[in-house]
Design a protein around this ligand. Structure first.
Ligand code: DX5
Ligand code: ZN
Length: 224
């Protein structure tokens, strides 16, 4: 059962992605962004199958859990999320997002995730239409809109993908968070927020900068 809960919708939140952090020193990297006021940490899980890159799994999440009081926003970019969801929940993931492209019966999986005591997110790739999540978006606690093709940090923001936030907001109403992921920085963030995003993943624009607190503040200022 998750200990840390997503902040209620209605505020802008950053969710820094540790994909661009120093993997040999993750506890300190996370401490730096938490002391800058961050409530959510984005964990990018890649399997080398759904995406052409590999990151880390539940054992690392369990180790990081001891070093953080932030919500672990766990983005599963893996082909078989149903197989691994419990292991991530047991490791300390508070929120688990799966790709709509990877699940045959998303309604059932969303119920399973809630049964594990975590909140749940559904996400769609830049080329995946909003219709693919129409039936299930409102069952989730957050919808994640990929604004790059998943797999790597440091790619360029795709505005056409961010535009899907407008239709998604109509579908889910004001109480469900809409997260954008990929290419978010001080130049692009206002555009994404303008389309209705309220939860902002940023990897390179936070952990690629020497002063993480300043980087976070710069993005939040630009978001207003
Ligand atoms: C991409 C990941 C993102 C990534 C974002 O596959 O899902 O979370 O870390 O990185 P930036 O902010 O560098 O585009
Ligand atoms: Zn991500």
């Amino acid at each position: 059962m998750s200990k840390f809960k997503l902040p209620k919708a209605g505020t802008i939140e950053m969710s820094p992605s540790i994909l661009s952090a120093d993997f040999s020193d993750l506890a300190s990297e996370i401490a730096q962004v938490e002391s800058a006021g961050v409530n959510i940490i984005h964990l990018d899980i890649m399997d080398g199958h759904f995406v052409p890159n590999i990151t880390f799994g539940p054992p690392i999440v369990a180790k990081l859990r001891k070093h953080s009081n932030a919500v672990f926003d766990t983005h599963l970019m893996i082909s078989d999320p149903e197989k691994y969801a419990k292991a991530f929940a047991d490791a300390g993931s508070d929120h688990i997002t799966f790709h709509i492209e990877t699940v045959d019966n998303p309604e059932k999986f969303i119920d399973e995730l809630h049964g594990l005591g975590v909140t749940c997110g559904v996400t769609l790739n830049p080329e995946t239409p909003v219709e693919s999540i129409e039936k299930v978006a409102a069952m989730c606690d957050m919808v994640l809109v990929m604004t790059v093709h998943p797999g790597f940090g440091g790619q360029s923001y795709i505005e056409d993908a961010a535009k899907k936030c407008v239709r998604i907001r109509e579908l889910v109403g004001p109480d469900i968070r809409i997260e954008v992921d990929g290419g978010i920085d001080r130049e692009t963030v206002a555009n994404a927020v303008g389309y209705g995003a309220d939860t902002l993943v940023a990897g390179n624009a936070v952990f690629g900068k020497p002063d993480r607190a300043k980087a976070i503040n710069d993005i939040l200022m630009a978001a207003q």
